[in-house]
Design a protein around this ligand. Structure first.
Ligand SMILES: [Zn+2]
Length: 528
């Protein structure tokens, strides 16, 4: 009963105009369904969790909620999609069957579900049903079943309607992806940014063909809002690759023996006092010595869209952290065969494979590297945007909050988080050291002049005469070299301008080669 036309018009896959199909009446009343993909749903909920907003229970609610927005720009930001499957005035249309209509839709750019199938027998329908049941998890959106329709318009008319529902169409649902079970215990997991996620340990139960023994409770505000307790019988829900979640307790099964889930005070991994940042719903461990966070940070660093060191799985990472072989992501690049053999079940083959893939990961792209750093709120997409805007990590690290915020799609929250990350000297040092160990993020957007400076690292200090600092650093990069932010024993060159400060002293102490601006320009054959 709501007019959502303005909102519908923001959905990209819905054409605003189509060419009229031949012999069609002047009005075509198109029927379809708006959906939100699993991935957009996850992203949206993650964003809402970060903003301290209430989460959507499932993509269907999220899609409905997004359509009912009063402000179409909010709807536009929600990445909705739509499929079309029928016509309100089907009777008036010059087509003989459902499939004919759908193929006209397809020709005219109205999106259809392209996996639908024309079946001739009930056996074929059963076969297709079981096939789709198997493919269901790998579809980019959730489906709860199929609709089986009589194809011929003539037969449809013969069958007619019972009250308002057609006799020629019926839903054939899949097995439920919700199940009921019992919460035995609640544990707290620590994420890579220190966020604490309460997780229900369940009496194992089968949900849509998979045994589920844990489900997320999201955060303590969700727990209190839904009034979930230990020993409660609960509905749980699992959809595709999404982590199963506890939906709600079954109140009429309560015995009075249920226990309130206490909000933890201390980190389950490092015992630091947990904090809740104002305006956020999640609790955080802010300790930099937290092992659980370290394992998560390293897992993120090596993940597929980051440095892509897939042979370094989470069990191995845990083992290496426990055995004090990894204290930061940097240590990955210091791992030796002997370190690996400290782990159980480590053989020559696996160890070589690991060392090899760690080494291969050093040549990566700038956007992957940004993503790998695990800066809060900087996901894959944001990393790509930043890599297009900045030539390398050095220039990104020097961008002001204002410069960052001036980039479309980068808001205040991201800008502040990026700034805070690079303002932390520990992070800068970590990056410098990674570069010295051979990590080489290439930015395809930067055009190279030469490779004269390959494998050479530079730091600039003092005032340069002919070049600006930015220009000088740019020349290093364009000639294949790297710019670091601080002086250490591994640095190749300190380029020294006038009135050089403490960096010069430090370079002398470390025996770093010190050159003048002119010598630098000669090095790269620069002619102005
Ligand atoms: Zn901790």
């Amino acid at each position: 009963g709501e007019n959502i036309t303005q909102n519908i018009m923001t959905i990209r896959s819905i054409p605003l105009k189509i060419k009229a199909p031949e012999h069609f009446p002047s009005i075509l009343e198109v029927r379809g369904e708006v959906i939100m993909s699993k991935i957009s749903f996850l992203e949206l909920n993650k964003q809402r969790e970060n903003n301290g907003e209430a989460l959507f229970a499932n993509p269907r609610n999220a899609a409905a909620g997004s359509l009912r927005q009063l402000d179409p720009s909010i709807t536009a930001s929600r990445k909705l999609d739509a499929f079309f499957y029928g016509a309100g005035n089907f009777q008036e249309l010059p087509v003989d069957s459902h499939s004919e209509l759908i193929s006209i839709y397809n020709d005219r750019g109205l999106k259809i579900f392209n996996k639908s199938k024309k079946c001739k027998t009930l056996e074929e329908i059963e076969e297709f049903y079981s096939l789709m049941g198997k493919q269901r998890d790998s579809l980019p959106f959730e489906i709860d079943g199929l609709v089986i329709k009589v194809n011929s318009k003539k037969l449809q008319n013969e069958l007619g309607f019972i009250s308002r529902s057609p006799r020629w169409a019926i839903a054939y649902k899949f097995e439920a992806i919700e199940a009921t079970t019992h919460i035995n215990e609640v544990i707290n997991q620590v994420g890579r940014t220190g966020a604490i996620t309460p997780v229900a340990v369940l009496e194992p139960v089968e949900v849509g063909g998979v045994i589920v023994s844990r489900a997320t409770l999201h955060n303590y505000e969700e727990i209190s809002r839904k009034d979930i307790r230990i020993k409660d019988n609960v509905f749980i829900r699992r959809a595709g690759d999404v982590i199963p979640e506890v939906v709600k307790p079954i109140l009429n099964l309560r015995t009075g023996k249920e226990l309130i889930i206490e909000i933890p005070e201390f980190c389950p991994s490092c015992s630091s006092k947990l904090k809740k940042i104002e305006g956020e719903v999640v609790l955080r461990c802010e300790s930099i010595h937290c092992e659980a966070q370290l394992v998560e940070r390293i897992s993120h660093f090596v993940s597929k869209d980051a440095m892509n060191i897939l042979s370094l799985g989470s069990a191995l990472i845990e083992g290496l952290v426990e055995n004090k072989k990894l204290f930061s992501v940097l240590d990955i690049y210091k791992l030796q065969f002997d370190d690996l053999f400290a782990l159980p079940r480590m053989g020559d083959k696996l160890a070589s494979k690991l060392i090899e893939s760690i080494s291969a990961s050093k040549n990566t792209t700038f956007s992957r590297f940004i993503f790998a750093l695990g800066i809060r709120f900087v996901g894959k997409k944001t990393s790509e945007i930043l890599s297009e805007r900045f030539s390398d990590i050095h220039s990104l690290s020097q961008a002001s909050k204002e410069t960052l915020q001036n980039i479309e799609e980068i808001g205040e929250r991201i800008a502040e988080s990026v700034r805070a990350f690079f303002d932390d000297s520990i992070n800068m040092k970590l990056i410098d050291e990674m570069f010295l160990l051979g990590v080489r993020p290439e930015n395809p957007a930067v055009k190279k002049i030469s490779n004269i400076l390959e494998d050479k690292s530079f730091v600039f200090t003092g005032t340069l005469n002919t070049l600006t600092r930015t220009k000088a650093e740019d020349l290093v990069k364009k000639n294949g070299g790297r710019v670091l932010s601080s002086v250490s024993g591994n640095l190749d060159y300190l380029v020294c301008g006038e009135e050089a400060g403490s960096k010069l002293e430090k370079a002398r102490k470390h025996d770093v080669k010190i050159i003048s601006e002119k010598e630098f320009l000669n090095l790269i054959n620069y002619r102005g």
